[in-house]
Design a protein around this ligand. Sequence first.
Ligand SMILES: CC(C)(COP(=O)(O)OP(=O)(O)OC[C@H]1O[C@@H](n2cnc3c(N)ncnc32)[C@H](O)[C@@H]1OP(=O)(O)O)[C@@H](O)C(=O)NCCC(=O)NCCS
Length: 328
Amino acid sequence: MGIRDGNTRKLSDRVIIRELKENELGEAEMIVHLAFGTFLHIPDAIQNPAEKRLLTHRWRRNPEDIIAAELDGKLVGTNVVTRWGSFAFFGPLTVRPEFWDSGIASRMMESTMGIFEKWGVTHTGLFTFADSPKHLGLYHKFGYHARFLTSIMTKEIDRSDRPITNQKFITFSECGTKGKEKYLEECRELTAGLYPGLDLSSEISLVDDYKLGDTLMLLEDSKLSSFATCQNGPNTEAGKDKCFVKFGAARRDSRSGERFENLILACQSFSRMRGASSLEAGVNLSHSSAFDLMLKHGFRTTFLGVAMQKPNAPAFNLEENYIMDDWR
Ligand SMILES: CC(C)(COP(=O)(O)OP(=O)(O)OC[C@H]1O[C@@H](n2cnc3c(N)ncnc32)[C@H](O)[C@@H]1OP(=O)(O)O)[C@@H](O)C(=O)NCCC(=O)NCCS
């Protein structure tokens, strides 16, 4: 890329890629809001940055998960890497708008690819704007292929006393240490049935450790049949008045559809218990039966993006899997 300073060196060559520092967290969150707001033409994107925290808790859990780009002593961009066992994804990846198109994201991508390689994961992905030639081009350069669209779906939650469902679930937070170990193992076993080595333990523990929401678990004959890791409220990835499913799935077998519906109902009940006015969940359209069930339960698409994957293969994005997930 071509932007050069007054002298000779390409701007991207002057960029230092390193871990984010604690005293940069506020600024990093602001850059995320500013970058998306600028791209999406949202004038007040940084008006209310305290509502959502997309980096802070992940940094607290492990600073190595946030890649920072520094130019002349100033923070100019970040990227977040997340590992779910044998699968990893990245995002949000953002750069200060005044430095776009100078190769800074590409430098962070090189570092991201190095981390994925070190982790030895078998599949990686990202979620991006399906209609942006720049985004598709940038990620393609690093071996990512656009596959199915992912529909970000929302349902308003009726806050009246009328019960949504008598679907019973237990929450991860209410289990003692032994119970947590047992259910982490059961969640691992359930997700390994969707894709070998897929493991949501770190996501479940993140939400539990920092009280960002909870993981709902539905049991059949005391065996885990489905679970969903949800965040809710201000200073989480959900935001004020919102509940958001980071990952939810039903055990894979001939009754997955029925179990997925129960999970949808449980997520709605949980949203209401937490006082949220809306529930958001992403569904990759490869899971067409799961998508149909979301529509049946009153969810509507509010935003469409595309899953880009490396290698160019489905991994767990298969018709027979009933999954809600969000790689943002
Ligand atoms: C997306 C974003 C991170 C990119 O950052 P950046 O520093 O401008 O990106 P870079 O300069 O490193 O790379 C741009 C690449 O876009 C690609 N590109 C741009 N226009 C393109 C086009 N029309 N067709 C194909 N590729 C194109 C090129 O591959 C270019 O790389 P090159 O310089 O090697 O040719 C930045 O624009 C941003 O913060 N946007 C708002 C937030 C956002 O959308 N984040 C990503 C969400 S998935």
